[in-house]
Design a protein around this ligand. Structure first.
Ligand code: COA
Length: 156
């Protein structure tokens, strides 16, 4: 049973240790674990809400919600909707329901912060079934992002 404690914050409202823990987790998962050299800390971090999920005071899960109109992907167009991304659970914490708890909180946050605007994501293809369980629908063809196969997905 997942027992994460959540904190939503803009980048400027996070403490330095909080932001360090989020970036360290993102690097550990998306660069080191997934063996993918890419620019993780990007210009969108200042245009995002950051969701930190902690367990006993330690970061166990994280995602960010990029503001509407800021994120662009393969097609070059900007997403009109808020966009959930950098979804992760620390490797030692997987398979315990944290990922689902994190996504439920992320979607609830989008609905509260951006009511009626839907959500668009760029999802790693291996997680299509996971995101479908939250109501996301794949749009278009698979594409490559930083060497990893992705699908665009939308939730009304
Ligand atoms: C995806 C991720 C957040 C899931 O976290 P988690 O805490 O293990 O998730 P939960 O225990 O809540 O739920 C597990 C669900 O995740 C999905 N999932 C997890 N690992 C998976 C894998 N290797 N392949 C396919 N689906 C997977 C399944 O839908 C699974 O549901 P099930 O147990 O009913 O089969 C975690 O595996 C992770 O951080 N992965 C690396 C980062 C990543 O790829 N992020 C997504 C970017 S789009």
């Amino acid at each position: 049973m997942s027992a994460l404690t959540f904190r939503w914050a803009r980048l400027h409202d996070l403490t330095a240790p909080e932001w360090h823990s989020a970036l360290a987790a993102r690097e550990a998962v998306f660069i080191v674990e997934q063996n993918c050299p890419y620019q993780d800390a990007d210009a969108l971090d200042v245009h995002s809400w950051h969701l930190l999920g902690s367990m006993d005071g330690t970061l166990a899960a994280y995602l960010r919600v990029v503001d509407p109109g800021r994120k662009s992907v393969h097609a070059g167009a900007f997403y009109a909707e808020p966009s959930i991304g950098r979804v992760l659970t620390a490797a030692a914490c997987r398979g315990k329901g944290f990922g689902r708890h994190l996504m439920r909180e992320g979607i609830a946050g989008c609905e509260r912060l951006f009511p009626g605007q839907g959500i668009r994501i760029s999802a790693q293809s291996y997680l299509l079934a996971f995101y479908r369980t939250f109501g996301f629908v794949a749009i278009g063809d698979e594409y490559d992002e930083d060497g990893i196969p992705h699908f665009e997905m939308q939730r009304d």
